[in-house]
Ligand binder design. Structure first.
Ligand SMILES: C[S@@+](CC[C@H](N)C(=O)[O-])C[C@H]1O[C@@H](n2cnc3c(N)ncnc32)[C@H](O)[C@@H]1O
Length: 226
């Protein structure tokens, strides 16, 4: 599943993965239950394969700095424009970087290929929010994604990872089904893996139900880079 596949989806408005609401797990673990408000400006949250997710706006409004990556220029511009945010465009190390210009907690989006990010871009990243990112990739790309994640993170970096599990015979991804066994297999070498919760969500996902799914389990993990 290459970048052209996703650029075409953005161009054809096939963006059913985009949510108008803020992800409830992000709000739960990074809101009142999360780091104290006065410490949040020291935290920089990386959002891989970010699309135009409103979760980035929520993070910024709640005091976190945001660094994100998205291959689609259209998605990045839509994010700033639909949320009425002014932005600056810069070229850094030959890559396109969009930066909010007025928010107290800055949002920076690298527009390009996730696999081109370098560890120095992630210097001050403390946390990662992975929703619809790992599960967006087919099985054959997962290990490269996780290896790149491990290369990019310093020890102690925390990830909130949201996965989906369903019977692959019922639907062709994306999103792809990722089992608990697969998460442990992919991450255990370089990360501690803690399952936080699991929830049956098929009745909240009418789009995926219409594609044939009879069960869809969302699982949330906390990963910490060793
Ligand atoms: C399923 S969407 C999820 C978007 C976002 N995480 C959300 O919750 O709405 C996956 C996104 O990853 C982007 N993407 C896919 N491969 C990428 C890559 N190699 N580098 C950067 N972005 C990529 C796609 O354009 C798409 O916007």
């Amino acid at each position: 599943m290459d970048i052209d596949f996703w650029l075409e989806r953005w161009n054809n408005n096939q963006t059913g993965f985009h949510q108008q609401s803020i992800n409830p797990y992000l709000v739960y673990f990074y809101g009142d239950k999360g780091p104290p408000v006065e410490q949040r400006d020291k935290l920089r949250v990386f959002v891989p394969l970010c699309g135009k997710s409103k979760d980035m706006l929520w993070l910024s409004q709640n005091g976190y700095r945001v660094f994100a990556v998205e291959c689609s220029e259209r998605a990045v511009k839509d994010f700033f424009e639909e949320n009425a945010l002014n932005y600056k465009f810069a070229v850094k190390d030959q890559h396109a970087l969009y930066q909010s210009s007025e928010l107290a907690s800055q949002i920076e989006i690298f527009q390009g290929d996730f696999f081109e990010i370098q560890p120095h871009d992630m210097d001050t990243v403390s946390d990662i929010f992975d929703r619809a990112s790992l599960v967006a990739l087919p099985e054959e790309m997962r290990q490269s994604y996780v290896n790149k994640m491990a290369e990019l993170q310093r020890s102690g970096t925390r990830t909130l990872l949201v996965t989906l599990t369903y019977d692959p015979a019922e639907m062709k991804g994306p999103p792809f089904s990722v089992t608990e066994e697969a998460v442990h297999e992919l991450y255990h070498e370089n990360f501690s893996v803690q399952k936080l919760l699991s929830k049956q969500v098929i009745n909240e996902e009418s789009g995926l139900k219409n594609r044939g799914l009879t069960s869809l389990v969302e699982t949330v993990y906390k990963l910490v880079r060793k």
